[in-house]
Design a binder for this molecule. Structure first.
Ligand code: S3P
Length: 452
């Protein structure tokens, strides 16, 4: 059974929207903001490290600021840069230094904050409660609560969803956990708890998920052992603060990569983007579709993440089959990949992608609805969709408050037969503040509106 889609989200005086004009040919060079996953982790690990962690290029989006606010409420001092371009500074309180927060921790729209902090907080000597916005309050949390309870944590959810109520820890023990889905959030929550557990904590996944936690823990001096699909740690004495450089977010770059593939006669260059191989599925999938994407590797960023300049030229895309093995490596890029599929020649079949149903919206449903609203031929499947390429019409698409749906359909508008209005764009700020301005720099016409 597929749940009804969440309702439109109205904030304050009206619904924020974009009115996007079709027909632009993207051109130029931009640097996208910092990686969201790496930014969350640098704040969390910095907060429990010994010493001051300096972070260059931190993503100051609403999701990451929610993580920062939660850590601040628990006694970590986090300093934003005084002049733009300077580093953030996290004054670590040490592994045992966090304090009971004065109230519930509100994590807004951020699933990563809630799941990873559940792992961290279930090991603390105080109780805490995690809440979020109307979208986050409907998202599944037992996927992290179940393994953490096996470690000895005392966690309650409400029918599997937030609020997540965490009781004071009475000590954790390491487990050997076979995760049912490839999910970096599950893996990271367990590893965070493992920093405090007795014995070895091991997670084995059925597929590859992003490995930023493993890389960053190692950069903080923790011994991380990787064997095949498993990763294991033992509680360290301390995490050692250091300087981290956060590369540009490939998930944000993906919107302009697809936009450039579809329209760019002169070419687009995206500077200093993170190209961790556990994230580059979007590039591989687009190349299989026929995209011309050049990845020029630059020196690895401090913190152990590979970085590259990405150059994209207009390409003739064709439909392909995408199955479960491709999904985890491009999980956040499916909305915009399906836009590429709708503009490609032939049929794209996606299967094994049921995880998309539990993101900020049910992304199988919201993508299918959005493409249909623009006249595309698309069929919804329980675990994916079938998209037949063809012309798109102008029209109206509701993002249902999902940032990546809003941005994906902004890109779809480039190829539409008339203007496209995208409703509920406020949450773009959760991951990509300045998205519309970056688009404008590459030649897009995006008018911001508030509809009452
Ligand atoms: C993330 C992991 C992914 C991804 C999310 C960020 C992370 O979720 O969709 O946007 O930072 O660990 P899952 O691990 O649940 O697939």
């Amino acid at each position: 059974m597929i749940d009804e889609q969440k309702p439109s989200v109205a904030h304050g005086d009206g619904i924020e929207s974009y009115l996007v004009e079709p027909g632009s040919s993207l051109a130029g060079e931009i640097t996208v903001p910092g990686d969201k996953s790496i930014s969350h982790r640098s704040l969390m690990f910095g907060a429990i490290a010994d010493g001051i962690t300096e972070i260059d290029g931190l993503l100051a989006s609403e999701d990451c600021l929610a993580t920062a606010a939660a850590l601040t409420a628990m006694g970590a001092k986090i300093e934003a840069p005084e002049t733009p371009g300077d580093c953030w500074r996290v004054h670590g309180v040490g592994l045992r230094g966090l304090k009971r927060p004065p109230g519930d921790l509100d994590l807004g729209n951020s699933g990563t904050s809630m799941r990873l902090l559940t792992g961290l907080l279930c090991a603390q000597g105080f109780s805490s409660t995690l809440v979020g916005d109307s979208s986050l309050m409907t998202r599944p949390m037992e996927r992290v609560a179940v393994p953490l309870r096996q470690m000895g944590a005392r966690i309650k959810t409400s029918d599997g969803r937030p609020p997540v109520m965490i009781e004071r820890s009475q000590g954790l023990v390491g487990i050997d956990y076979q995760a049912p889905v490839a999910s970096a959030q599950i893996k990271s929550a367990i590893l965070l708890a493992g920093l405090y557990a007795k014995g070895v904590t091991r997670v084995t996944e059925p597929g590859v998920s992003r490995d930023h936690t493993e890389r960053m823990l190692a950069s903080f001096g923790v011994t991380v052992v990787r064997k095949g699909m498993s990763v294991e740690i033992e509680a360290p004495g301390a995490l050692k603060a250091h300087r981290i450089a956060v590369p540009g977010d490939l998930s944000s770059a993906a919107f302009f990569i697809v936009g450039a593939c579809l329209t760019s006669d002169k070419g687009v260059t995206l500077r200093s983007v993170g190209v961790n191989p556990t994230r580059t599925g979007v590039i591989e999938i687009l190349r299989k579709m026929g995209a011309k994407i050049d990845v020029a590797t630059a020196p690895t960023a401090k913190g152990g993440e590979p970085v590259a300049d990405i150059r994209i030229a207009k390409s003739r895309l064709k439909g392909i089959n995408i199955d479960a093995s491709d999904v985890a490596l491009a999980i956040d890029e499916f909305p915009v990949l399906m836009v590429a599929a709708a503009c490609a020649e032939g049929v794209t079949r996606v299967s094994g992608a049921e995880e998309l149903r539990v993101k900020e919206s049910d992304r199988i449903r919201t993508v299918v609805d959005g493409l249909m609203a623009l006249g595309a031929k698309v069929e919804e499947k329980p675990d994916g969709m079938i998209v037949t390429g063809g012309p798109l019409n102008g029209g109206e698409v509701d993002s249902h408050g999902d940032h990546r749906i809003a941005m994906a359909f902004t890109i779809a508008a480039l190829m539409a037969g008339g203007p496209v209005r995208i409703l509920n764009t406020r949450n773009v700020a959760t991951s990509f503040p300045g998205f519309a301005e970056h688009g404008a720099r590459l030649g897009m016409t995006i008018n911001k509106e508030t509809i009452s």
